[in-house]
Design a protein around this ligand. Structure first.
Ligand SMILES: [Zn+2]
Length: 103
């Protein structure tokens, strides 16, 4: 006769066991494939998107500081033939932290 509880076991069916092994294997592969790029992105201060397994998106947060020039609509041209836009100096974008200098 058994006395006391010596452990708690969880029995998985064959299908659940195969699924669990597959998930663990894919997560291990995910870590090996993206380990180096993730480390590089982390050092650079980039945002790392891990929405799905075996998929990453990397984004430099500084891009959120840029916006399209309203004068040239991002083209960088205008103000005459062969000259760049006077507001954005021909870049087509403005930096929110550095407002355009006006003479
Ligand atoms: Zn412009």
């Amino acid at each position: 006769m058994r006395q006391g509880i010596h452990g708690i076991g969880v029995r998985l069916g064959r299908q659940a066991t195969v699924r669990s092994l597959l998930i663990v294997s894919l997560r291990t592969l995910d870590g090996k494939v993206f380990g180096e790029p993730d480390a590089f992105a982390w050092v650079q201060g980039w945002q790392i998107g891990r929405g799905r397994l075996l998929r990453r998106t990397y984004r430099d947060a500084r891009f959120a500081l840029l916006l399209e020039c309203g004068l040239c609509h991002g083209e960088g041209t205008g103000g005459g033939a062969g000259t760049g836009c006077s507001l954005c100096d021909g870049t087509g974008r403005l930096d929110r932290l550095r407002p355009a200098e006006r003479p």
